[in-house]
Design a protein around this ligand. Structure first.
Ligand code: ZN
Length: 113
């Protein structure tokens, strides 16, 4: 289950950042996931539930925000949401290789004290 490794990594990152701020408690973590990141939001929540059995994380809330893939067409100079994994512009039908969002997995913010 690679979600467990991912959430462990995110939590380590958060713990490091909290320690740098002199905080001892992490109340919540806001994480953004692209729908093409290859990460399942439900699986990530389940993985976090495993981690939250540890007292270090038992009081922390994990908030996930899933963002949909957006591409940019260089011909039409506009962004569009592709229908499938082939990023065809709905206006002109050309293939876009410019992904604006959809592959991210990032810690957006967190609440500490
Ligand atoms: Zn186009």
């Amino acid at each position: 289950m690679h979600e467990l490794a991912l959430i462990e990594e995110l939590c380590l990152l958060a713990a490091d950042s909290a320690a740098q701020q002199g905080a001892t408690t992490i109340h919540s973590l806001q994480v953004r996931i692209g729908d093409r990141a290859g990460v399942d939001a439900a699986a990530l929540q389940m993985a976090f539930a495993v981690l939250a059995q540890h007292p270090r994380w038992s009081g922390t809330k994990l908030e996930l925000e899933v963002v949909t893939t957006r591409c940019f067409c260089p011909h039409c100079k506009q962004a569009f949401t592709p229908l499938d994994v082939i990023h065809l512009c709905p206006q002109c039908g050309s293939l876009s290789t410019h992904l604006l969002q959809g592959r991210e997995l990032e810690l957006v913010s967190m609440e500490v004290s």
